[in-house]
Design a protein. Structure first.
Length: 181
């Protein structure tokens, strides 16, 4: 019998001093059976880094033709497409043709570096693509914060991210490998 997704209830307070965005989001996040705590927390941090009133979590791992997070305009056009992990060049190309802005958050240390070395030259033509790496030490610290019911406070200033749950804190320093035009 197939395993079911685990539901996480998250109250996410975002204080983004870089973009002057201050809101609290109540999220119900389905964690796919194959998804790790690390990936779940990367997804939440990616949401916070791009927080907007129209930003939404999607079905994620359970569908191939949707990103992990997206933002649609009021007319239904894809404004922002957020993908996690190490998508293929084909997936990146398709994403860049569907959305105004595509952001990929690779993680996994050396594996992510090898992925980027392999595809970076073929991504230069995508002006709407941004690639932001998260280090293994940062994502390991994030994974330790995961629980089924969380009140997360995420503060973003000068590109640095502080994630706190109760008395536990993790610091994330995203490294931009490619910026969008």
């Amino acid at each position: 019998m197939a395993q079911k997704a685990t539901i996480y209830k998250i109250e996410l307070s975002v204080s983004d001093m870089d973009r002057h965005y201050y809101e609290t989001h109540k999220l119900t996040v389905a964690k796919h059976p194959s998804e790790t705590d690390e990936r779940l927390m990367v997804r939440i941090v990616a949401f916070a880094l791009n927080a907007h009133e129209q930003l939404e979590m999607t079905k994620g791992l359970s569908t191939d033709d949707e990103p992990d997070i997206w933002q649609k305009s009021l007319s239904g056009e894809l404004d922002v497409w957020v993908a996690l992990g190490l998508p293929s060049e084909k997936v990146i190309r398709q994403s860049c043709s569907k959305a105004k802005k595509v952001i990929v958050y690779p993680y996994g240390g050396r594996t992510a570096e090898m992925w980027w070395d392999k595809i970076k030259n073929s991504t230069t033509r995508f002006d709407n693509l941004q690639v932001v790496n998260l280090s293994p030490s940062d994502t390991d610290a994030l994974a330790k914060l995961a629980s089924r019911a969380m009140k997360l406070q995420i503060n973003i200033q000068d590109g640095d991210v502080m994630v706190s749950v109760d008395d536990a804190v993790a610091y994330v320093t995203p490294e931009e490998w490619k910026s969008a035009a």
